[in-house]
Design a protein around this ligand. Structure first.
Ligand code: NAD
Length: 458
């Protein structure tokens, strides 16, 4: 396995060394090839996502295919501008001079992706790597095997396989890849493996982007349009892979006097979205595998020691389906309030005053996203100032992920580095400063001997 990984790296590095991936034409051709995959094979992609995750077609199109389509479109539109050296003003220190920042590809990069959005989380970083002129190896998640093998097939058919390659496999293959020398590693997944990635990268001083997870809080103040807030939370939690998303609201914080209204309206809206029998709903993704199903059952059983289910709770192990489940009064020591839930269970914590949310959130690791629903400007400002998170949304969930003008990434335990839009291009580029001087003016102050007259300039 190690030999195969070594051979892959040797082959792709040789392709990178020819310089072909650096040209505008190569980058544009590979971005167009990616677009071709999307347009010619959308049905197969939708089917693969259904097979791996029972992902509803609408979610497959919006959250996976459209995301990559938008990234390719933007990169193709902006590529000339992104690649152009950026002029920078110079100071008296180097007078007279001119300066530019040149975006240089890093070389050969490794993208390791996760199973929950197995198509988008694989190709989105690849689009950034190609746009920036790199050769790239993609290792999709083995937990979404149908999507992984489809990606391998389509990349081989449409892309320049001398410089863009998919390596399929599980821990052994990923480990073999991680032991090679890369110019950047872009990893999406859990923080435990994130640490393994960082350790392997350290050996070669390889820079990394780690797109990890965490417990994303949603804080609900009482002065809000409750119905709209409830719908937006439901869309962000269960309308996105049935809670198996890194930026799904992981738990809610609201006040004690407001919680029963909140539970009522969420239950009503949930029934409107997923019907009276959510396990039969075609609009809800399944749980990825038995391991995660059992993990969620254990988490729910533990949460019920202190808390009570106020909505949902149904499950069907034979189909790996689990209903949207709201649980109230869970102990703050429970698994549900300690670990990332990454599934359809949503605990609600109640507090006397909404300002107590700061203590709760800041008592945990920095989340990938934090959501606040309020009409109180002062609370909003305090939230943005005092909550450190990968990203913040006021009065909605998830949407920052889809805004190409915003960097997407974590902080602390939720990750390092960011991508999306131009930030993807930057994540895979070295910003090389180039300063240029002429020979005409040569001020001698900087040259020895450092006479007292020259010291006056200090
Ligand atoms: P996963 O099991 O698919 O693992 C991710 C990748 O790591 C896979 O490609 C897998 O092959 C590799 N891997 C697994 N074990 C390994 C090991 N021991 N050594 C080397 N490589 C190994 O995905 P996961 O970790 O279950 O993903 C869920 C986590 O990912 C959650 O925490 C979630 O929040 C996070 N996530 C983050 C983002 C983001 O954009 N920040 C997106 C999706 C998921």
């Amino acid at each position: 396995m190690g030999l195969e990984a070594e051979a892959t790296v040797r082959e792709l590095r040789a392709a990178y060394t020819t310089g072909k991936t650096k040209s505008f034409e190569w980058r544009a051709s590979q971005l167009k090839a990616t677009q071709k995959i999307l347009t010619l094979h959308s049905d197969q992609i939708i089917q693969a996502l259904r097979s791996d995750l029972k992902k509803p077609e609408f979610e497959a199109v919006i959250h996976e295919i459209c995301v990559i389509s938008a990234s390719c479109k933007l990169a193709l539109k902006e590529l000339h501008r992104w690649m152009k050296p950026q002029k920078v003003k110079t100071s008296l220190i180097s007078f007279p001079s001119s300066a530019t920042i040149v975006s240089e590809p890093l070389g050969l990069v490794l993208v390791i992706s996760a199973w929950n959005f197995p198509f988008a989380l694989s190709l989105d970083p690849v689009v950034g790597a190609i746009a920036a002129g790199n050769a790239v190896v993609l290792k999709p998640s083995e937990s979404a095997p149908t999507t992984s093998s489809l990606l391998a097939k389509l990349v081989e058919k449409y892309m320049d396989t001398s410089a863009v390659k998919v390596v399929e496999g599980a821990v052994a293959q990923t480990t073999a890849l991680l032991h090679q020398k890369w110019d950047k590693i872009f990893y999406t997944g859990g923080s435990e493996v994130g640490r393994i990635v960082l350790n392997c990268a350290a050996k070669h001083l390889t820079p990394v982007v780690l797109e990890l997870g965490g417990k994303c809080p949603a804080v609900l103040d009482s002065n809000i349009n409750l119905k709209v807030a409830a719908r937006r939370i439901i869309a962000g939690k269960w309308g996105r892979n049935n809670g198996q998303a890194c930026i799904s609201p992981d738990y809610i914080i609201t006040t004690k006097h407001f919680v029963s209204q909140l539970v009522n309206i969420m239950s009503v809206e949930l029934e409107k979205f997923f019907g009276k029998e959510p396990l039969q709903s075609k609009e809800l993704s399944g749980i990825i595998n038995t391991h995660h199903f059992n993990r969620l059952v254990k988490l729910l059983d533990d949460a019920q020691v202190s808390g009570k289910i106020v909505c949902g709770g149904e499950r069907d192990v034979s189909n790996l389906k689990m209903a949207p489940t709201i649980i109230l009064d869970v102990s703050r020591d429970s698994i549900a309030m300690d670990e990332e839930i990454f599934g359809p269970i949503l605990p609600i914590l109640t507090v006397d005053k909404i300002e107590e949310c700061f203590g709760v959130i800041n008592g945990k690791e920095k989340p990938l996203a934090a959501y606040l629903f309020t009409n109180d400007k002062k609370l909003e400002e305090k939230f943005v100032r005092n909550i450190s998170a990968g990203g913040i949304i006021i009065n909605d969930t998830i949407l920052h992920f889809l805004e190409p003008g915003l960097p997407f990434g974590g902080i602390g335990e939720s990750g390092m580095g960011a991508y999306h839009g131009k930030f993807s291009f930057d994540a895979f580029s070295h910003k090389k400063p180039v300063l240029k001087r002429g020979f005409a003016i040569d001020i001698s102050t900087r040259y020895p001997p450092y006479t007292p007259g020259k010291r006056r300039f200090l």
